[in-house]
Design a binder for this molecule. Sequence first.
Ligand SMILES: Cc1cc2nc3c(=O)[nH]c(=O)nc-3n(C[C@H](O)[C@H](O)[C@H](O)COP(=O)(O)OP(=O)(O)OC[C@H]3O[C@@H](n4cnc5c(N)ncnc54)[C@H](O)[C@@H]3O)c2cc1C
Length: 467
Amino acid sequence: MPKETLRSYRPITKDVLERLRDAVGPDKLVTDPGRMADYAEDASRLRHMPEAVVKASEAPQVQRLFQLANRCRFPVTPRGLGTGLAGGAVPVLGGVVLDCSAMNRILDVDPVNLIAVVEPGVINGDLKKAAAGEGLFYPPDPASYDTCSIGGNAATNAGGPACVKYGTTRDYVLGLEVVLPTGSVVQTGVQTRKGVVGYDLTRLMVGSEGTLGVITKLILKLVPRPPAVTTLVALFSDMVQAMEAVHGVLTSGIVPSTAEFLDRRCLDRVGDLLPFEGAAHAGAFLLLESDGHPDVIRREMERMGSVCLEKGAADVLLAPDAAKRERMWDVRRQVSLRIEEAAPVYIPEDVVVPLGQIAPFVSMVPELEAETGLEIYCFGHAGDGNIHLNITASGEAPTEKVEAGVRRILAEVLRRDGTISGEHGIGMAKRRFLPMELAPESIRLQRDIKRLLDPGGILNPGKLFDE
Ligand SMILES: Cc1cc2nc3c(=O)[nH]c(=O)nc-3n(C[C@H](O)[C@H](O)[C@H](O)COP(=O)(O)OP(=O)(O)OC[C@H]3O[C@@H](n4cnc5c(N)ncnc54)[C@H](O)[C@@H]3O)c2cc1C
């Protein structure tokens, strides 16, 4: 039971609702249970009803909401577009859900300084399009890019296939406007490419999962749009060979713009949808891309193809046509949904292992399956060691057995110097595993930081820490 349940949060009474209405404006408040039900869950399977929803359109409304929350003692849970996979936007202790999706203006795309200034509710894909219109590129590309918000991306430090070359959201956030849980507003960071004045509050906020402040504006770095991109697909009979090929490419002096993989179990589910002969029966599928000047990427593709063949690829296909490429990416983005649809028990983990551990870890997965009795689907970002382990079990599997199996798998990741989450975060879903990775002193320091910024404990309680 989280410690925060023991705190004396008070229910949102009629009187508090009146005060909320005065604070944020009547058109910003949702109390109808039907409409509020949409705010009870995110893309995890976790659920809890809020007592009210505030749809803020500007920072001062957020400030007034926090002032009231401290005075009347109710929790506030920030929410972007609710695609999170860790229950971060689920109001586990009731109170108010703060919907940030209406703060959705792209305030500037500046082709001179290569920055964008946006509000948090902007959809990732919309910013990509706006940047492309100026010949620029915003690289962070979670698979949910057309349905998730930039604010949610910053709060979770979202990543995607492009990370291997371009890094995660953190690498693109230069500065922020944040409303702190006390109600004050702070500007963090810079509008420049560099800046080291004072502590790095921007990096503290990015990835803090909506527990330290609410982001109301972001200054983001853009890069020139690569003139071309080329794709290579390689089929392997064996997953370890595929991972060795990725390692071979990464150590050959080439930085691919994508290095994604699917294992045999995933291919059993979606291989027949892939527009490549033999994919459904392969042991592993590797997707490598290179972006940049056409002459350079052509040479890089040839080199990557040779590395794959040297490592034992059964088939290598260079530069499939645009329709095939689009189809392939559609299928790649749907993998987790397909697995979830078919599995009575479905636990998405997104572990990361060091590059040198990708092949050894993956080769151990059958052993982990035999030991735990769970079925593990592996796919994801081979280029940065971020392996989406979709752990499944039959409906009859005892909960304790599944839990013990998941712990065993995570312990193996940590034993190999990995981390238990590369993208999705801890939220509610994984807070019980946090002490597996973080030492007590680190957790204590993080809780102290949380208390300093949120002395009333009103912002997103019940997340990250288990007690
Ligand atoms: C099909 C699918 C594919 C996905 N693929 C990826 C992937 O490839 N990579 C990846 O990283 N993630 C992925 N995700 C997870 C999810 O899309 C990301 O975590 C995304 O960043 C969440 O954005 P959101 O707007 O939906 O945020 P929400 O789910 O609404 O919120 C997520 C967290 O951010 C906080 N938050 C939201 N807005 C703010 C704000 N303005 N200020 C402070 N805190 C805030 C919330 O409190 C919560 O803790 C995927 C999800 C799905 C369903």
